[in-house]
Design a protein around this ligand. Structure first.
Ligand code: PLP
Length: 450
């Protein structure tokens, strides 16, 4: 009779309390949460405004079932998200995986309602993570997780731009163009009449440790999708609502160009801030109007979708993001944090690259001989560093398996968007100390991802 955790080889600490960017376990061990849990607690732990609003809603109306009644908080949340992000309709679920499933179903329905049911294939990219359900994992480019789930084919083949390992003869821009062209080739190979949508994390999250695409890639992808009547779905479950220093990560590449926005956007972690499960799919006006014209709602749903308490939570998280101006802070203070990380890690041979935007930074590790050769997967470097960081009082997030679907290690730093500057500086120096003290010469047999 025991809690089934993700790892029976160690005892997971039991949280006693959490405030801002600090978590304390029973027994007194304390950590700085440098990755916002699962890159989700974007406004810090136990923010008084979110706590108060959540309790107030719990006292007003705990739960109503979505086919019988709606509620003020969920109506307000839909209105706010659509107005703020420029979309026409919002559909809610509980997890990021469910939102991604709903995004895929919306795309297929969009074509089926126009008499094109054969337009149902979803294309996705070689380094990506879209969720843990059978459908979303089968669309994800993450070797270790696929193998664990018994999915043994090689996975999506449209390349994710990975600037660090681009062919040496290409400029960044040429490389981005080549990656976009590979999408077009795949659409032509499968037949545009069979493709419903292309799935992209505008900035890759946990599966690739904050990979930012080259300038020009996004607009070329958008143009290719338009050319072939393929919907563009942005998975912003991890990046959405400020994490990268913009409301949506796609805004870095599509700002002021409405025509460059994705047709469908999925939100999750940043929406709920880690407080209560809620996720969302946003539909653009053209997609929404096809559903509307046909008087077809989305006939899928989960018992606890549209949960009023989760919705009150999400509205309160939005209030905090707006009132504390956290998107601007993520942009400015996040850039300073990235520079400070680079400064602190200068001269550490194992650091192959520090990349990211806003408050999403990946530190990729490689053999310390400057060849950028990844460590063998059996060295489990990401896990090893997560443990060393934990001993040093820091929680960081592991990423692995992004080089040739097997090797590749990184740690991700993604503090809450309102983490005080002094705490950010402590994170930088502790990370550098942990990396500098790490001995990468002995293999360690264990799973190398979270
Ligand atoms: N999409 C992205 C980009 C994610 O990072 C995640 C989770 O890590 C998901 C989808 C799935 O979200 P969830 O774990 O809430 O199901």
């Amino acid at each position: 009779m025991t809690l089934i955790t993700s790892d029976f080889t160690r005892r997971t600490p039991v949280a006693a309390h959490a405030r801002g960017s600090t978590i304390t376990a029973e027994g007194g061990d304390t950590w700085i949460d440098a990755c916002s849990g699962a890159i989700s607690c974007n406004v810090g732990h136990c923010h008084p405004h979110v706590v108060a609003q959540t309790i107030a809603q719990l006292k007003r109306a705990d739960f109503v079932y979505r086919t019988q009644l709606t509620s003020a908080p969920i109506e307000e949340l839909a209105r706010r998200l659509c107005a703020r992000l420029g979309y026409a309709g919002a559909f809610f679920a509980n997890s990021g995986s469910e939102a991604m499933e709903a995004a895929v179903r919306s795309a297929r329905l969009h074509w089926a309602l126009q008499g094109r049911p054969e337009k149902s294939r979803i294309l996705s990219r070689s380094i990506s993570y879209h969720g843990s359900t059978e459908l979303t994992l089968s669309l994800s480019g993450h070797g270790p997780r696929r193998r664990d789930a018994g999915i043994h084919d090689t996975g999506p083949i449209v390349p994710t731009p990975y600037p660090l390992r681009r062919p040496g003869h290409m400029t960044l821009r040429e490389y981005g163009t080549a990656c976009a062209q590979a999408l077009e080739e795949e659409i032509l190979r499968v037949g545009a009449d069979n493709v419903a949508a292309f799935l992209v994390e505008p900035i890759v999250g946990a599966s690739g440790a904050a990979m930012v695409p080259p300038e020009g890639y996004w607009s070329q992808v958008r143009a290719i999708c338009d050319r072939h009547d393929v919907l563009l779905i942005a998975d912003e479950v991890l990046t959405g609502l400020g994490r990268t220093g913009a409301w949506l990560a796609q805004d870095h590449f599509a700002q002021d160009h409405l025509g460059l926005k994705a047709d469908i956007v999925a939100l999750g972690k940043g929406l709920n801030g880690g407080y209560a499960p809620i996720s969302c799919v946003l539909l653009s006006e053209p997609v929404h109007s096809v559903l509307h014209r046909n008087e077809t709602g989305l006939r899928l749903g989960h018992t606890h979708a549209n949960h009023p308490v989760s919705a009150a939570c999400a509205n309160a998280v939005l209030d905090v993001i707006e009132n504390e101006d956290l998107v601007v802070r993520a942009s400015c203070e996040g850039a300073r944090f990235g520079r400070a990380l680079r400064d602190a890690c200068q001269g550490i041979d194992m650091v192959a690259e520090i990349r990211g935007r806003g408050f999403l930074w990946g530190i990729e590790l490689a053999q310390p001989d400057h060849s950028r050769t990844p460590f063998p997967a059996r060295f489990a470097m990401a896990s090893r560093l997560v443990k060393a960081a934990s001993t040093a009082g820091l929680i960081v997030y592991p990423a692995s398996g992004f080089v040739d679907r097997h090797a590749g290690d990184a740690i991700i730093l993604a503090p809450a968007l309102n983490t005080p500057s002094a705490v950010l500086d402590v994170i930088c120096s502790r990370v550098a100390d942990v990396l500098a003290a790490c001995d990468p010469t002995t293999p360690m047999q264990e799973k190398a991802y979270a």
